[in-house]
Write a protein that binds this ligand. Sequence first.
Ligand SMILES: [Zn+2]
Length: 429
Amino acid sequence: MRRAIVILVILAAGVALALWLAEIGGSVEVRVGDTWIGVGMPIALLVLTLGFLLLHSLLSTIGAMRRLPGRVRARRAERRRADGDAAVTRALVALGAGTAEAARLEVRKARAALGDTPQVLLLTAESERLAGRENAAEEAFRALASREDSRFLGLRGLLRQAMSRGDWDAALALAREAEAAQPGAAWVREERAQLALRTRDWREALALAPPEAPRAGLALAAAEQEPEPERAAELERDAFQADPAFAPAATAHARRLREGGSPRRARAVLEQAWTASPHPDLAGPYLEDESDPLMRVKAVETLVRRNPDHAESRILLARTALDAGLTGRARGLLEALAQSGQADRRAFLMLSELEEAEKGDTPDARSAQAHWLREAATAHPEPRWRCGHCGTEHAAWAPLCSACGTVGQIGWTASSRAAMPAQTAEVTA
Ligand SMILES: [Zn+2]
């Protein structure tokens, strides 16, 4: 509406100007030599206006023609980019669905349309890996790693490849490069921790373990690898402090203290460990210096004083009492344990032994023994160190299972707490 009014006003002004010019009259004369052209003022203005319009449209057409190839090129590039983006999306879908050949086809289209962008190179590598063509994938990862902007992505892919083929030396070198490319990346730290577990470098694994991970087992394993006694002692103490309930750390720490001339502190460590979690392996070092059977009973009473009703406490006390000939004491402890429902095979076998110790080789004793042996046959077995991965039983805790080679899986079957982080079975992510 407003535009119409503006045009009307301009038209009215034009008509008024034309009328005014016609009224004042006048003419334009052009003289060249002897010839001259004379036209009326309105005609001259009309000719000038027409000339201007003609020249303007001619120049505009020439300009448009000159810009035409650029425009065509831009439109073509835009279409190619759209095609490429669509191919990238289809490739992602195919990768997600696990259809390797479709993914490779789409990635090839995307690469033709978009060139070797980091995104396309990464998709190339992933689709080649999915198709099982590791060499082609490696080539794409190398291309990624050679670019400044996608270096980390390339190294990450190469590291994953090295880990899945078990080439630990190459993996360690790549992990260091990736760390340099992206300092502090959580993913690299995790991979390096896993690498340390796989290469049995417990000290590195301990340094890289996240704060919430179980550390006692790693620290103890690192202590066993440590050639310097002082540093090893420190690691053993760290292991014990990280988890006082982890008996191997407590016994190692106590042994070191005893060898260093502090038997009292060693005993205090074992008592603290027994309080945290009673474990039969703690008894041996605790009673090492005590040979008199009655004094051994007294020592065990001190060891178990904070949790005397725990099944392990009762079993240990009954064992030392029986060895000292205190059969009544042993019977009281074992029968209380049997009544609590927490008795395992050891308790029933000890009761059977007790019958013979008390009554000698009599028919009465034999019948009581038969009863306890039957109970023992159906009771739980005693807890042991067992590999959570293959189930093999071990005489002592170790950072890795000698039967299946898995790291961080040997645990005391009576407790479900892990002592160190486990190595993941397969390379993930
Ligand atoms: Zn195993």
